[in-house]
Write a protein that binds this ligand. Structure first.
Ligand code: G3P
Ligand code: CA
Length: 236
């Protein structure tokens, strides 16, 4: 059965990458929570999509130029009055809140090449004993290679956006354990080829009912969606 992964939490209903969005996703029956992480000036791992603060918080400038304490003073409600006062969460907080649910930690390190992000994520996951419920993904495949070099036991998802020739072969050579393709590139042929290699396919971002149905029909292992309750009602 196709799993439901909540994209930035239940971000269709609550501010993305916040604890309320994650709580809502769990209430809506999501199997996993997808989040984005960046590194603060003092090397803390925070959950926020953009490298800059303007779009989703009351702050300005680069995440990397701020300490955790400074970031925690910001409002992360992205202008949604119902959630005013919600904060930028840490990775630790999200892993606590998610309980037994899987957490897909996407390293947002294509624009910012955060030194030590991989090591910090691995350390936090190990400290919390969460290795059996974390999947790490990134568009930065050097970062995935670095994680392998560090000897990570975690499953690694190769994210991509631009067209890729035979992505299943590429992902296998890379050492990834899962493929995270964009919806527009996902066909039954791609899923079958991945499955022949024992590689699950987690498709992003699947919000329309027809697309959710289609991805379930062609055998995607997960749809990453802003609307976990919608996907749950379609997939079962
Ligand atoms: O992990 C899939 C998806 O989240 C990647 O795109 O920009 O929403 O992080 P983005
Ligand atoms: Ca993401």
């Amino acid at each position: 059965m196709t799993m439901v992964w909540a994209h930035r939490g239940a971000s269709g209903y609550a501010p993305e990458n916040t604890l309320p969005a994650i709580e809502m996703a769990l209430e809506q029956g999501a199997d996993a929570i997808e989040i984005d992480v960046q590194l603060t000036r003092d090397d803390e791992v925070v959950v926020i999509h953009d490298e800059t603060l303007e779009r989703t918080t009351s702050g300005n400038g680069w995440v990397a130029d701020h300490s955790l304490e400074a970031l925690r003073a910001l409002d992360a409600s992205a202008g949604d009055e119902r959630y005013r006062g919600t904060r930028v969460p840490t990775l630790q907080e999200v892993l606590h809140l998610a309980g037994d649910a899987t957490v897909n930690v996407e390293l947002k390190n294509t624009r910012m090449r955060y030194h030590g992000l991989e090591e910090r994520v691995l350390a936090i996951v190990a400290e919390l004993g969460a290795a059996d419920r974390v999947v790490v993904s990134s568009f930065n495949h050097y970062s995935l290679r670095h994680l392998l070099h560090l000897g990570t036991p975690l499953p690694l998802g190769a994210l991509y956006s631009d067209p890729l020739f035979q992505p299943w072969k590429y992902a296998r050579r890379l050492g990834a354990t899962a493929l995270h393709p964009p919806l527009r590139a996902t066909r039954r042929k791609l899923i079958d080829a991945c499955h022949d290699l024992g590689m699950p396919v987690h498709v992003w971002t699947v919000n329309e009912p027809d697309d959710i149905k289609k991805m379930a029909k062609v055998g995607a292992d997960a749809v990453i969606t802003n609307y976990p309750n919608l996907a749950r009602s379609i997939i079962g």
